[in-house]
Ligand binder design. Structure first.
Ligand code: ADP
Ligand code: MG
Length: 139
């Protein structure tokens, strides 16, 4: 079933000049970009995006990281896009991410891990709407 997921190429990956490599990986597995933009999140925008994690000890550091420079946010569309993107990303901790995954290739540590991907249909809906109005998403 075709679905949509929200992906972010995080500030660490933008600084490493691997935007093109990561988008190529999405396209190679059939995750089609249907919306995309570069933006630099304010701290409060990052806090709103990660509100689900606000009780976690790493919340402040995570929001500082996500607002540390430009990121690329995308909507990816394809069959089982949410699960497919999670598999392509690899484990949260790059040291545990399988060979061939984005985090294995480009992650630095459990915080600076190169990419974000929605983890369920409910979070995908919230996250896509957080960054993109419907008129900026294409088929
Ligand atoms: P994922 O991005 O794989 O869905 P989580 O939703 O658990 O992982 O965490 C959101 C983000 O918070 C991670 O991608 C990572 O940047 C950061 N993070 C997660 N766990 C830790 C941790 N133990 N220490 C520091 N940062 C973390
Ligand atoms: Mg998550």
């Amino acid at each position: 079933m075709s679905e949509r997921t929200l992906a972010i190429i995080k500030p660490d990956a933008v600084k490493k000049h691997v935007i093109g490599d990561i988008i190529h990986r999405y396209e190679q597995v059939g995750l089609k970009p249907v919306a995309m933009k570069m933006l630099s999140m304010s701290k409060s925008v990052a806090e709103g995006f990660y509100a689900v994690h606000k009780a976690r000890p790493f919340f402040g550091s995570l929001c500082d990281f996500m607002s540390s420079g430009p990121a690329v946010v995308l909507v990816l569309q394809g069959d089982n896009a949410i699960k497919k993107n999670r598999e392509l990303m690899g484990a949260t901790d790059p040291a545990k991410a399988d060979a061939g995954t984005i985090r294995n290739a480009h992650g630095t540590n459990i915080e600076f891990n190169a990419v974000h991907g929605s983890d369920s249909p409910e979070t995908a809906q919230f996250e896509i709407g957080y960054f993109f109005p419907g008129m900026e998403i294409f088929n």
